[in-house]
Design a protein around this ligand. Structure first.
Ligand SMILES: Nc1ncnc2c1ncn2[C@@H]1O[C@H](COP(=O)(O)OP(=O)(O)OP(=O)(O)O)[C@@H](O)[C@H]1O
Ligand SMILES: [Mg+2]
Length: 337
């Protein structure tokens, strides 16, 4: 167990005309070096907010209200990312921590050839490695082959590539300076399902070769289930469950995770056997008393689940590194086994 990122009590707020929203509420979680981690949850649960918190890209009306994000570097040094100035953090971007997000394709500059994107990125962050232009282009060609693109696209402009090709180009670009951590926020959502699987397969191979720590944020459980080592589940800004993928999938400890698993459609299953979770997530401005999932929960009792005093704010370990926020987790396990 070698954490590369330790997130402690992270709180991220957005000021709106109707009040303050806490989109990431007291999230504490460890990401381990070399793992592929999936963070899942419905739309609005706070996945992108968490990603932006780690990347320190939260901007007004948002702000980090509390917490620490300890980054344990490969050289043994530890830094709190939240204590870095923007200038200090920018030195880590691309070289240590990098990202690919859903609309990443749009970040390619339409007036620049693909090779210029690689050269500019390397030159802007070239302090440590001092690569020559020839070395950059050789490395870019290798990375493009890794994402199954031909080297000749280095001479293309972004508009000459399909959406899937652009997304693969961005993945190659993000790996150029050999970062330790890559955060992928819905990296395949805008793509057709075959291309989604193709890209996931490429990422899996890259992980096998580099052991880079990968953190996937997605609402699509089915697409990442086969590649991740650990799964974190978010609901209404809170991390409600975290554990090894086989435990979380087969023996969920939180009723929300159980609901998500039952809601995943499969073409082979009888569609009627899928059960949507009743209702909708509450408005973050009007959270229910006690457990936030309570109004939608099949187990919710009057006592512990509705009492603000007894409810835990932080996940606790139940077994085998599986963490939960649900005080009634034993009942969920009984129901699922
Ligand atoms: N710039 C902003 N201003 C105000 N509220 C915001 C802002 N960005 C996010 N939020 C709020 O924070 C909450 C979490 O949003 P976030 O984008 O993190 O969710 P998500 O889990 O990534 O959803 P999705 O699956 O749709 O991408 C939502 O209630 C959203 O309305
Ligand atoms: Mg999002």
């Amino acid at each position: 167990m070698d954490p590369i990122l330790e997130i402690k009590n992270l709180c991220i707020d957005f000021k709106t005309n109707h009040g303050n929203i806490r989109a990431c509420d007291d999230v504490s979680i460890n990401f381990y070096r070399g793992d592929i981690i999936g963070i899942i949850g419905e739309s609005g649960s706070g996945k992108s907010t968490l990603a932006s918190g780690i990347l320190k890209t939260i901007s007004a009306p948002g702000k980090i209200a509390n917490g620490e994000i300890l980054y344990h570097k490969n050289d043994g040094n530890t830094i709190d990312l939240l204590k870095l100035s923007d200038q200090e953090y920018s030195k880590l971007r691309w070289t240590n921590i990098t990202t690919v997000f859903q609309a990443a394709q749009n970040v390619l500059n339409p007036t620049l050839r693909i090779k210029d994107h690689f050269i500019e990125t390397a030159m802007a962050h070239n302090e440590k490695r001092k690569l020559t232009k020839k070395q950059i282009l050789d490395k870019s060609a290798t990375l493009l082959r890794q994402v199954r693109l031909e080297e000749r696209i280095l001479d293309s402009y972004p508009h000459q590539l399909s959406g899937g090709m652009k997304q693969r180009t961005i993945i190659a670009l993000s790996l150029l300076l050999e970062p330790d951590i890559i955060i992928l926020d819905e990296p395949t959502t805008a793509l057709d399902v075959i291309t989604q699987w193709y890209i996931i397969d490429i990422l899996k191979k890259i992980h096998e070769e580099t052991r880079i720590t990968m953190i996937f944020m997605t609402h699509d459980v089915s697409i990442i289930g086969s590649v991740v080592d650990r799964i974190g589940v978010m609901y209404c800004g809170q991390m409600v469950e975290y554990g090894k993928v086989e435990d979380v999938f087969k023996k969920p400890s939180h009723p929300y995770t159980y609901g998500l698993m039952n809601a995943v459609p499969s073409l082979r299953d009888d569609i009627a056997s899928r059960k949507a979770i009743p209702g909708y997530p509450p408005n973050l401005l009007e959270l229910p008393k006690g457990c936030r999932f309570g109004p939608r929960c099949f187990l919710c009792g009057d006592g512990i689940c509705k009492s603000e005093e007894i409810l835990v704010k932080e996940m606790f370990e139940i077994e085998n590194e599986q963490l939960t926020l649900c005080p009634a987790w034993k009942k969920v396990k009984e129901k699922c086994l």
